[in-house]
Design a binder for this molecule. Sequence first.
Ligand code: BG6
Ligand code: MG
Length: 218
Amino acid sequence: MTKTGFIFDLDGVIVDTAKYHYLAWRNLAEELGFEFTEEQNELFKGVSRKRCLEILLDIGKIEASQEQFDRWMIEKNEDYLKYIEKMNASEILPDVPRVLEFLRKKQIPVALGSASKNAKPILEKVGLLHYFDCIVDGNNVTKAKPNPEVFLIAAEKLGVSAVNCIVFEDAVAGIQAANAANMLSIGIGDSTVLSEANYNFRDFREIDLQFLNGLLKE
Ligand code: BG6
Ligand code: MG
């Protein structure tokens, strides 16, 4: 059987942290005197912290010096960390542990491929860190999704060729990154938004054993 590698995004795939990112950006927008909606927050999914702030400032039509920009980056992250601090296993998205457990039992290599610089502490907090053979996150990449870098590094670390990797993603930029890496992309969330994915599921509850076993045979 071909050696298959599984790569998971973090925010919005494993844990429901998109809401905390949103709250922290909304707090900053409020402080700067404008509204930041949940709809606009869609643009922030899978996107690096720096790029998110650039988009936020564009929305608010605010210009900032480099120094001010850096301060807001820190402020947003400190605010986000306050929400994260209280996280526990109850915030793992449905059926994620079942799938991770299945892969562990089959001894399939598993990686995290996330844009976040907070990935490791979050996995520790929710008690899932031990399922991952390697973590590739915002601290290890120079090019943000939709660039495939994060997933290509993950494949290399797993010792699996890119074409034999399967990526779970909730962001358009993430699906595009997986496709650009020549990997099989699985969209988790709204299939109309993630229409570029090879397969779509609302969440992991829809992913059954037959499908998982099928991926291993492909
Ligand atoms: C991604 C999120 O996983 O990580 C983005 O979808 C976020 O919304 C990005 O901006 C960076 O996260 P962090 O934790 O480094 O600010
Ligand atoms: Mg995500």
